[in-house]
Write a protein that binds this ligand. Sequence first.
Ligand code: 13P
Length: 250
Amino acid sequence: MPRKPLIAANWKMYKVPAQAEEFVKKFLPLIEDKDRAEIVICPSATSLAAVVAAVQGSVLAVGGQNMHWAEEGAYTGETSPLMLKAVGATHVIIGHSERRQYFGETDEMVNHKILSAVKNELTPIICVGETLEEREANKTEEVLLRQCQIAFKAVEPEAAENFIIAYEPVWAIGTGRTATPEMAGLAHFYIRSQVARLLGRKAADSMRILYGGSVKPDNASALANQPEIDGALVGGASLDPVSFAKIVNY
Ligand code: 13P
């Protein structure tokens, strides 16, 4: 079974609800083939409800950008999996490098969140990737292996078949410096082979591995042509409906 491509928009801390609705209205008519790829929009928490309402009846799915692993509790400022689900989200980004870098998220926290996403039937989009320093020290594989090993602790292989991994080299995020398709392809191949070792061949073959980091309309197709790349997690270029549509339609 070939893997269906998936293109996800990570809007980060941009767009109030009115801007999010405006995006959906302009974006929907621009999708050329509604069945070719799955499309997931991940707005900020305060725009989730508006986006869920705006995408009703369309092929778009909606995801959160982060969540706590607990279902409820005294965790000021956090969003729980139950809250994401109640508002209509089906996906959630976990372990984005900005969460790791600026908010102290660890591999162990990523693991708790993944287990909680499985329990609460949310599809996790799990971000992994090395920093520039790590790449230059030839530690890319070591970092990816550690991130995967800890992320997948106690995960059932069957549950993992629906997981989405996003390989996002930190040095390529928001910098305009994209990994070459070959570089990304090699990292994806490595991640998939480690997933096979940790969770079995079936999970590894079903799991979609997206590339993220300065994906733009002009580099999307070269990246997508790599057999190991199953789609993209797009930041900056997903904020504009025309440029995101070009990436979706590549
Ligand atoms: P950019 O596409 O802006 O580089 O961001 C990538 C990213 O972090 C997506 O999660």
